[in-house]
Design a protein around this ligand. Structure first.
Ligand code: GAP
Length: 444
């Protein structure tokens, strides 16, 4: 993880928030390569969930919601972690994450000092809206994007004539006052989620739950993730969230071990039932194709962290490889083997020399490719070094413009993973890259 954190900073993927002030715990900033990667991961998920499913539509709800939302959802009452503090060294722990003997003996696992009693700590960030700081002005930063979907479910049925089963997808920020925020961007106080809520007829929920588990697994396979680094974990009764009847996590083998990447939850009619109760509005679905049968739909939720997916994609792509073709045992390269659809830069254009018109020729080629691809241009340093820099940024294709380009209009197309180089007419570059992306198969 240290290597990944340092590469992320060095190459402009992720920086510590407010670093010049010593950093802000639980918050991170995404640099030029990071925001491109994050946008592509979000884009891939959005395409999968909305464009490839005729009955799933999108939404972008506000972060600030009526405070009754969080009473109805159960978060005010139940969204808590058990917390203990050490009276001596002032460390703070989640009671369920320290050795249970230490907890029973009330002994700090770090310094042996005395621990406080366990108390419940609500993870929602609470603030005030408007000029008065009284109880009437309390507002929460949403701890999940899901509730914005539930409160809009009737609007969307009406405006878009949706029929059950149907889904609503949303990507957005969520906030949790996490007690432990180690492991880089894995668990943070400010993060982004990609959530889809699928509304189904009661009684069909288990079938849809199993269907969505299949689809979410297939999605990661399509992204080219190492499938032996993924596994399912079913929640035991002690782990289930207050709204869930059944829940499975897709776990990824991160450098610190197996950890949750995404959850698939059967939330039953809990959320819509509670919003009916708290708002006084009738949230039943009226099935016009079935004698106006009325019911509160069950909800199957797929809930992935966008920022956690970014960490997974970075870890999954990271490789250090001995570069054998140089015949030099000490020659290693660091390479990020991103799927080309996710890579922040798709193609880098590199003139062999700055002089003799090669730089101008390379800039012309870049201008043409820009319309279709995220490009980079680099003319500084030896060509081998420039390839390494692109490997480290995860750029799948490099185009080198040399003296032969001036003669016959061909360029070198170099592939990141195999390091193979071929000559291609510059007029065919855009199409060739497109077909290479379509046919892409991870080789390592
Ligand atoms: N709406 C259901 C829900 O929020 P969750 O299991 O609490 O369920 C879903 O969160 C996903 O959101 C997780 O699998 C994880 O990817 C991401 N996530 C949750 N808390 C996070 C945090 N503090 N930092 C980063 N990602 C987080």
């Amino acid at each position: 993880m240290e290597k990944i954190t340092s590469l992320a900073k060095r190459r402009g993927f992720v920086y510590q928030s407010s670093e010049i002030y010593g950093g802000q715990n639980g918050a991170w900033d995404y640099g030029p390569l990071g925001i491109e990667l994050k946008n592509r991961i979000a884009g891939a998920w959005w395409k999968e969930m909305t464009r490839l499913h005729d009955n799933i539509v999108g939404l972008d709800a506000a972060i600030l919601m009526h405070p009754r939302t969080w009473e109805a959802s159960g978060h005010v009452e139940n969204f808590t972690d058990p917390l203990v503090d050490c009276k001596k060294c002032k460390s703070r722990f989640r009671a369920d994450q320290i050795p249970q003997e230490a907890l029973a003996a009330k002994k700090c696992p770090d310094c042996g000092g005395e621990l406080t009693d366990t108390r419940k700590f609500n993870l929602m960030f609470k603030t005030h809206i408007g000029p008065a700081e009284d109880t009437a002005s309390i507002i929460y930063l949403r701890p999940e994007t899901a509730q914005g979907i539930y409160v809009n479910y009737k609007n969307i049925i009406q405006s878009n004539r949706m029929k059950v089963p149907f889904g609503i997808a949303q990507i957005g920020k969520a906030f949790r006052n996490e007690i432990v925020t180690k492991n880089f961007i894995f668990r943070t106080c400010e993060f982004e989620q990609m959530e889809m809520q699928y509304f189904v007829k009661p009684g069909t929920d288990e079938e849809w739950f199993s269907e969505w588990r299949k689809q979410r697994w297939a999605y990661y396979e399509k992204l080219g993730v190492k499938m032996d680094h993924l596994r399912w974990h079913q929640h035991g009764s002690d782990e289930l969230a207050h709204y869930a009847k059944d829940a499975y996590d897709i776990e990824y083998l991160f450098p610190m071990g197996w950890r949750e990447l995404e959850g698939v939850h059967n939330r039953t009619d809990y959320d819509l039932g509670r919003h009916t109760q708290f708002s006084g509005k009738d949230l039943q679905y009226i099935d016009q194709d079935n004698n106006n049968e009325r019911y509160i739909p069950y909800i199957i939720e797929t809930s992935a962290g966008l920022t956690r997916n970014l960490l997974m994609i970075l870890c999954d792509a990271y490789d250090e490889e001995q570069v054998a073709d140089k015949g030099n045992d000490d020659d290693w390269r660091t390479v990020l083997r991103f799927h080309p659809d996710l890579a922040p830069v798709t193609v880098a254009i590199l003139p062999l020399m700055k002089k003799d018109g090669l730089a101008e020729l390379a800039q012309d080629i870049r201008a043409e490719l820009k319309e279709d691809y995220a490009t980079d241009y680099d003319q500084a340093g030896a060509i081998g070094r420039r390839y390494r820099r692109q490997d480290e940024a995860g750029t799948p294709f490099c185009v080198t413009v040399d003296y032969q380009t001036k003669e016959d209009g061909t360029v070198t197309l170099r592939f990141r993973d195999s390091m193979e180089q071929i000559r291609v007419p510059k007029t065919e570059l855009a199409n060739r890259i497109r077909s290479e992306i379509k046919a892409y198969k991870r080789i390592k």
